[in-house]
Design a protein around this ligand. Structure first.
Ligand SMILES: Cc1cc2nc3c(=O)[nH]c(=O)nc-3n(C[C@H](O)[C@H](O)[C@H](O)COP(=O)(O)OP(=O)(O)OC[C@H]3O[C@@H](n4cnc5c(N)ncnc54)[C@H](O)[C@@H]3O)c2cc1C
Length: 460
């Protein structure tokens, strides 16, 4: 393994066997590389993580595109639950359903542990990929393609040299820290948002059935904070409470006892509390975690490229972090074909193409937090959404909602963000100029839309 430059064999080092690293190892193996993957943790497949014990991820078009490109999408679909829309739970117990798109478009709930394990196993299906566990990257030489790994069980370090190196070691990438952050003119910023999150497992009924409707993402929007729930295969739901750490009437730092947790859920999420009256007992099962946006550039240097969260870690509110990382792989792969594996050319174009999209997915994620926790229950926003859906239904070629552009296409994140915000402004103008309210009859709304489109031909 050390200095593994076997003659005539193309070699690659992948740092981190998370979601992006495991997927990228499959692409590299298909391109004929001998791939050595080094993962800091132990092998998660040996200590099976049960559904619900690990957070769930929403997989959407860009994620599926990469998986299908490798011919493994169907394998992953077997462990994915479609969610066709969001179900809102209001404080008074009312619920409302909002479809995500047209024609049964869905995003898919997948257990992080399950998809990661599956990708690692597919990567290791032949001897071209070898994953080494308990190997912590502690140093990188970007120009030489050399990385140093410390065995966390023995403390012994070794150097590994490869033709090309990919740092997929997540938001707090050691490769970025030990290599890129030492470079002159490397830009880097890390911003924590004021909110953290805590997961709660809502178990299945005794007969294994779901306690909430299943093919939907549940949201309890409460203005400055929210609870969400995604289904697991075993009938449970992984629920996540996003809330400020402090400085607000409702914040994590105020929930200091079981009584306070109980009262909080009873008052603010009464229908959830009815399903889980022992929520306070499960409160400490999962840690309180923080959320940060990390921006940096350049993403490549010498023989090393940053991919996934190592390049563009974001907050989870658009459900796009993994999807964006998988799209990094699709793009890198297409550039390998375009530039006949000339890595200097591939890396240059990769970072030029992807950096604006990394920035855009971060902006979209922050924007969608406000939508999820607050706007989904705001009457003005609901009216805007209603008009949006109607325009999209009547003129599908003239109008594509922002959520659909991000979740159901591979229109670049950057374009989606720009277009989406322009469209929203135009609809707001349409509403105010025509004095549309929630009581305006549908036929009248359609007429206004027809006239508008005839005048301007499109909202795009
Ligand atoms: C609460 C929450 C919900 C989310 N929901 C969604 C969602 O619905 N949809 C979505 O698309 N995304 C979601 N995301 C984002 C998603 O989890 C990340 O974007 C994704 O995990 C990034 O994959 P990655 O492989 O780049 O990094 P990671 O998954 O973090 O993998 C990095 C790997 O590198 C290893 N590693 C770290 N340091 C070292 C080292 N020094 N040496 C060797 N190995 C190392 C780690 O152990 C890990 O295995 C969510 C994130 C959070 C926090």
């Amino acid at each position: 393994m050390e200095n593994n430059q076997i003659k005539n064999t193309k070699t690659a080092t992948v740092i981190g066997a998370g979601l992006v690293g495991s997927l990228w190892a499959i692409y590299l193996k298909n391109a004929g590389y001998q791939v050595n993957v080094f993962e800091r943790r132990s092998d998660m497949r040996l200590n099976k993580i049960s559904a619900g014990k690990s957070i769930n991820l929403a997989t959407s078009y860009r994620g599926w595109k990469a998986l299908d490109e490798l011919g493994i999408g169907d394998e992953i679909r077997k462990i994915a639950i479609p969610m066709y829309g969001r179900t809102l739970h209001h404080q008074n117990g009312d619920t409302a359903y909002q479809p995500y798109g047209n024609n049964n478009q869905a995003i898919y709930s997948v257990s992080r542990g399950d998809i990661n394990s599956k990708l690692m196993s597919i990567a290791e299906e032949n001897s071209n990929v070898k994953i080494y566990f308990n190997q912590e990257c502690v140093a990188v030489n970007l120009d030489l393609g050399k990385a140093v790994f410390k065995d966390t069980t023995t403390g012994v370090s070794k150097e590994v040299v490869a033709d090309v190196v990919f740092a997929t070691d997540g938001a707090f990438s050691a490769a970025r820290y030990n290599g890129f952050q030492k470079l002159d003119r490397f830009n880097y910023s890390q911003n924590y948002i004021p909110d953290g999150y805590r997961e709660i497992l809502l178990p299945a009924n005794e007969d294994g059935s779901f306690k909430l409707s299943v093919e939907t993402l549940h949201i309890w929007p409460r203005g400055r904070f929210m609870l969400i729930a995604l289904p697991n295969f075993d009938g449970s739901f992984t629920c996540t409470l996003f809330m400020p750490f402090d400085g607000h009437e409702h914040c994590f730092n105020n929930l200091t006892s079981k009584e306070k947790v109980n009262t909080f859920f009873k008052e603010l999420f009464p229908d959830f509390y009815e399903l889980m009256p022992n929520v306070a007992d499960s409160w400490e099962d999962h840690p309180l975690s923080s959320l940060a946006i990390i921006r940096c550039f350049p993403w490549t240097r010498g023989k090393v490229a940053l991919m996934g969260d190592a390049a563009h870690a974001t907050v989870p509110f658009f459900g796009q972090g993994m999807n964006c990382g998988f799209e990094d792989c699709s793009v890198m792969w297409s550039l390998m074909q375009k530039h006949a594996e000339n890595w200097d050319a591939i890396f240059k174009e990769y970072e030029t193409l992807r950096k604006p999209n990394g920035d855009a997915v971060q902006d979209l994620s922050l924007q969608n937090y406000i939508v999820m926790r607050d706007k989904v229950a705001d009457p003005d926003f609901l009216l805007l959404q209603k008009i949006e859906r109607r325009i999209n239904f009547l003129y599908p070629d003239a109008y594509f909602p922002l959520y659909s552009m991000v979740s159901f296409t591979d229109i670049s994140y950057h374009t989606a963000l720009t277009k989406g915000n322009e469209q929203e402004n135009k609809i707001k103008q349409l509403i105010s100029e025509n004095a549309i309210t929630k009581d305006t009859p549908d036929a009248k709304i359609d007429e206004i839309i027809h006239q508008y489109i005839q005048k301007s031909s499109s909202l795009n």
